[in-house]
Design a protein. Sequence first.
Length: 186
Amino acid sequence: MERITNKIIITTARRLIKETNTAEVPLSKIANELGITHAAIYKHFKNKQALWEAVAADWFEQTIINNVHFTPNKQQNKQAELHDWLWAFVNAKKNAYNNDPQMFLLNTYYVDNNPLALHEVLTSAYKMINQIMGYNDSNFEKAEAILSAFSVFTLPNFKETWHLPDYQPRFELLWQLISKGLTTIE
């Protein structure tokens, strides 16, 4: 029998969500799939919330962060690079909503509605913003402020607006508003 790890539990949970087409997979079903007891899951995750946060975080990293198709261009200035990365990021989130509604729902429930979990999941995005802008900000305060400004393009409460014809013009307007302040937060 394969050694049970957090990654195997997460992968099994994601597969069952896809197979059952629901984000409400009982832990007992995951345990049965793995040939372990329900209680054995708690050796890996302190509670149900922690498991589903881990599943949602893994999905977010694989489906959104890893699908931000962005090629740094050293001919561009930092602001232009950040603009392109943010545009790629908001579109990766929109595509995740369109292509994987069950996992998007799980992510919304367990991560987007939990500020501490959301901050943790967004750490890789914050790191990328720090890298692009050259910020030496280990608390990610500047990056978090920038990404927060674009919440209308990333938070599930606004998902119905992501298909409106003015999606890109609204993004560009917001970019124009914040880009002027980027030079002052070095």
